[in-house]
Design a protein around this ligand. Sequence first.
Ligand SMILES: [Mg+2]
Length: 100
Amino acid sequence: MNLKEIQRVIDDWIGKNGGYYSELTNLARLTEELGELARLYARREIPARDLEDVSRHKMQEEMGDIVFALCVLANQAGIDLETSVQDVLNKVKLRDADRH
Ligand SMILES: [Mg+2]
């Protein structure tokens, strides 16, 4: 599934489940998900018996949550994330053309 399809599936799902929350609420949810991923990275840096084990599966789950939340915001703003990512790739290629 490409990003355009993912955005459409998410839009369909939200449409059938009560509609979108406000953009500000969804921005907060995206931030919350980023925080959850940051927590996992922090847990990896400070291993201790009483802390949860950080598995690749948990990181994958949180990264998925982040992509989902970003797709929600993009849908609300009418942004095609495939175009966004392509623009970034073009920018990076130009910027770093002489880097290595
Ligand atoms: Mg999460």
